[in-house]
Design a protein around this ligand. Structure first.
Ligand SMILES: Cc1cc2nc3c(=O)[nH]c(=O)nc-3n(C[C@H](O)[C@H](O)[C@H](O)COP(=O)(O)O)c2cc1C
Length: 406
């Protein structure tokens, strides 16, 4: 099958422009051998390349191109299949947009095309080309610089680990993972993640419960989370706890129970954020709405967890606006390399800014992901890059720090 891949990237500062002619001459020879064709546009700062050929050949070329240090911030914009090549003539041709005047540049690029059929106005490849040639949407081109300019500096847990935390007859344990504001080097919240009585995974814990026990156990487990918060002396941060919305619906006294336990453990309701996932909410929204209103009137905060993972997403946000949304880890993973993910995150940031909802990126594992997200305007992060969950205590936190130039 004939596949098409489009990406854009940024020229590395230290590369002289005359090197590009050599790159393209070499590319032409390489591409012709494996029947890859396409076009390479350059606007003086950014590249935009269309690669066409079999999936294997295009992937092999893109893999090599991705490792080339003469450019950086590669963002894959499109992967698709086509009945015929749009640029079937050249193994690769460099097209310097600066050599043409604005009025004729698009026609000059399209004149390189070989397909009469594909270059129609509805063709996404053509639309991408037109937008790049016109220099539109450049505000979405985020320059993160190189990740090699950053180190991670480990800061030990802020509070000394006190005596071992374990209560009598504890049915479960909790691990704490920080949510961080990197720009201000602050931990803003700890998420309490449930573990089995022996410290095993959440799946092991939930497998030990019958369906009838689930909702009650879910509410009651928060007592242990609040006790752990008291044990570590939580004062300046919030505590985020996960709750199945149905637990609030099925246990009529759930909110009162939570409020009593919050008070008993020396916390205040405003310090607690209840995280719910969108799928669970949307299935019984009317009942859930009654329960959230109770939580809100008690002062407890609300966050939608795993936002974007389920089928509800924007329709849920239209019905109900929490204080926070946590963007699902699958959208965060490799966001620095993916045009579709970047478009989605940028739209979420814009939408949440208009609604005054804080955005948290969860599942951040790579420094490149954090660099892109921070540059896009996200302030709060959670993920292994910063800290792993720590059972019954506070983990050390890794803070990104710019390397000092030698
Ligand atoms: C913007 C840009 C576009 C490139 N396009 C291609 C290409 O289409 N095909 C290719 O083989 N190499 C391309 N290269 C070069 C590759 O990154 C890599 O240096 C080259 O494939 C190595 O080939 P060699 O082993 O034959 O020297 C490109 C490099 C840059 C910076």
């Amino acid at each position: 099958m004939l596949s098409t891949l489009i990406y854009r990237s940024r020229l590395s500062v230290e590369v002289a422009l005359d090197v590009l002619e050599q790159v393209v001459a070499r590319a032409k020879v390489n591409n012709e051998k494996i029947n890859v064709t396409g076009i390479l546009l350059f606007d003086g700062e950014h590249f935009f390349q269309v690669l066409e050929g079999s999936v294997e050949s295009v992937n092999a070329v893109y893999d090599r191109i991705s490792k080339d240090t003469r450019h950086y911030n590669l963002v894959e914009l499109l992967r698709d299949y086509a009945p015929s090549r749009r640029f079937g003539n050249a193994g690769m041709e460099l097209f310097d947009l600066r050599c043409y005047d604005k009025a004729s540049v698009l026609q000059a690029v399209l004149a390189k095309g070989t397909s009469q059929y594909a270059l129609t106005y509805d063709d996404r490849v053509l639309k991408f080309i037109r937008t790049f040639v016109a220099g539109n949407n450049k505000e979405a081109f985020i320059n993160t610089g190189s990740s090699s300019r950053w180190d991670l500096i480990q800061q030990p847990a802020v509070a000394p680990q006190k005596s071992r935390f374990m209560q009598k007859d504890q049915a479960c344990q909790f691990a704490l993972q920080p949510i961080v504001d990197v720009a201000n080097r602050e931990i803003i919240s700890f998420e309490a993640l449930i573990r089995s009585a022996e410290g095993g995974s959440p799946a092991t814990y939930f497998a030990s419960l019958s369906k009838d026990q689930l909702y009650q156990a879910d509410v009651e487990s928060k007592r242990t989370a609040f006790a752990l918060a008291k044990h570590i002396g939580l004062v300046n941060q919030t505590l985020s706890v996960n709750l199945l919305p149905m637990s609030l619906v099925m246990n009529k006294g759930a909110v009162d129970f939570l409020l009593e336990e919050i008070k008993f453990h020396g916390l205040v309701p405003e310090q607690v954020v209840v995280e719910v996932t969108e799928d669970e909410v949307i299935s019984r929204f009317d009942e859930f709405e009654i329960a959230i209103n109770q939580l809100r009137s008690a002062g407890i905060g609300l966050a939608i967890d795993d936002f974007g993972a389920g089928f509800a997403g924007l329709s849920l946000l239209a019905q109900f606006q929490p204080e926070k949304i946590k963007i699902d880890r699958n959208i965060i993973c490799d966001v620095h390399k993916s045009g579709p993910k970047q478009a989605i995150v940028q739209a979420m940031i814009k939408c949440c800014s208009l609604l005054e909802i804080s955005v948290i990126a969860e599942g951040v594992e790579k420094i490149e992901e954090w660099l892109w997200l921070e540059a896009a305007g996200i302030r709060y992060f959670q993920g292994f890059l910063f800290a792993r969950p720590q059972l019954n205590g506070l983990p050390a936190v890794n803070w990104p720090e710019k390397k000092k130039r030698a």
